[in-house]
Write a protein that binds this ligand. Structure first.
Ligand code: ATP
Ligand code: MG
Length: 426
């Protein structure tokens, strides 16, 4: 199978022989190991790192599509899908053993590895005809709803079991109420999981944007970018959605009051990324309020404040749900496994932070123990906004671990967020 790939000359090839492999695509069955990985890397002549994508580029690439522009887009997307998928597989393989070898994670790694092989075999499109074939391939993948949430579910399942890993003190859960510190092993897992989920977000987003740009034009949109994305409107919609979800799930819901910015600022952005963050913060706040005021007839409302600056918009989501001890703040940013109805509890905040950062934003949580929690999500309103900071974040969790006193969880905001503001990187 790998010989077939080599014959196809992965990055630059275009032999008809390679094209003919479409019908008999290679697949890897069973456990994918680091040696498969290095073999593949060798054959691919080195896999390049993902590129940062700016909102501005997203708009330009998807506007006024001509055939030659479509070809260039398809080529760029192909390169990017290979790079991101490769990054995802590499991070999965570098997870701590107990998570990496969990059957659900092994299955996920195998699937992702096979998708990478497939992308390498179909090659970079070189003609309009090949663009059509490439599009078909993407469409067939995006129609597969079984892949929705598969990463979150598989990782959630593995973490939930890992959480009960025995220690010298007996079986201790990562999510133990007494455990303030994040273990070294968990920090290592977090670094890799940030990489896995960053790649996952990018794969889905870039494919959706590329396909949406080919759909009949939607007024006010270019692909997945809404020209006038209004944070105030996103907040209002998220608030109604979360209230409805809480009512359906728990039978009651705190009211969520939205205080929009005076000018109702709007800017080109990808609303679904903003929605993910807002939904997560509002739902967390609602759950905390319901827990803290379970015995009370009335629930204090949550307040959502939208403030627009020159270059960015900050949304504060405040609840009176009792907060949490500052000593536990570090743990909320860790991917913790807990069994939930859908195998994926405890991933919401770290994922929301990746979405917030995707286009240069940030997410901070400031609890006031005994009272409530204020969360601040900031979105970069400039079209220069890109995922460059996120791609440069590898060392981030290592720094957070080394930071010691004064580090994550000690300040008003978490230290990771502050550090991000200081280290833009291309
Ligand atoms: N507003 C809040 N008030 C109090 N505690 C909070 C708040 N937001 C988060 N937390 C604490 O942080 C933990 C982690 O939050 P996170 O959103 O990552 O997971 P979750 O909500 O438990 O599950 P999931 O989001 O995956 O469904 C929560 O379980 C809760 O203990
Ligand atoms: Mg949550």
């Amino acid at each position: 199978m790998l010989a077939e790939l080599a014959a196809g000359n992965l990055r630059t090839g275009g032999s008809s022989r390679a094209r003919s492999t479409r019908s008999a695509l290679p697949s890897h069955s069973g456990k994918v190991t680091l040696s498969d990985w290095s073999h593949l890397e060798e054959l691919a002549g080195g896999l390049r790192a993902p590129m940062a994508v700016r909102i501005k580029d997203l708009i330009l690439s998807a506007e006024d599509l001509t055939p030659s522009k479509s070809l260039r887009n398809a080529q760029l997307l192909h390169d990017e899908l290979v790079a991101r998928r490769a990054s995802m597989v590499a991070h999965l393989l570098r997870l701590p053993e107990r998570i990496r070898d969990h059957p659900r994670v092994e299955e996920l790694t195998e699937k992702q590895y096979n998708r990478l092989l497939r992308m390498l075999v179909i090659q970079r499109p070189r003609s309009f005809e090949e663009v059509e074939q490439f599009d078909e391939e993407l469409l067939s993948g995006s129609r597969c709803s079984a892949s929705d949430g598969e990463t979150r579910r598989a990782i959630g399942a593995a973490l939930s079991e890992e959480a009960f890993c025995p220690t010298m003190l007996g079986a201790r859960r990562w999510g133990d109420e007494e455990a303030d510190e994040v273990s070294e092993r968990q920090t290592q897992a977090d670094v890799q999981l940030d990489g896995v989920f960053t790649a996952r977000i990018a794969l889905r987003f870039l494919t959706n944007h590329y396909l949406a740009a080919k759909d009949p034009a939607r007024e006010g949109w270019t692909g997945s970018v809404q020209h006038k994305c209004s944070p105030a409107q996103r907040c209002e919609e998220a608030a109604r959605l979360v209230e409805t979800k809480c009512l359906a799930r728990f039978g009651r819901a705190p009211a969520i009051q939205v205080h929009p910015d005076r000018d109702r600022v709007s800017f080109p952005f990808v609303p679904e990324h903003m929605d993910f963050v807002l939904h997560e913060l509002m739902f967390n706040g609602s759950k905390a309020t319901l827990r803290k005021h379970a015995m009370s007839d009335t629930l204090p409302p949550m307040r959502v404040i939208v403030a627009a600056g020159d270059a960015d918009v900050t949304i504060k989501v405040a609840d009176e749900g009792g907060g949490l001890p500052r000593s536990k703040l570090r743990r909320v940013w860790s991917y913790q496994g807990r069994w939930g109805a859908d195998d994926r509890k405890g991933l919401g905040l770290p994922l929301a932070r990746l979405y917030a950062k995707y286009f240069g934003g940030s997410l901070h949580v400031t609890p006031v123990e005994g009272y409530g929690t204020d969360c601040y999500a900031t979105f970069d309103a400039r079209t220069e906004a890109s995922c460059s900071q996120l791609l440069a974040s590898k060392a981030d969790r290592d720094d957070q671990r080394k930071s010691g006193p004064g580090g994550l969880g000690e300040g008003l905001y978490d230290a990771q967020g502050r550090r991000f503001c200081k280290t833009p990187e291309g």
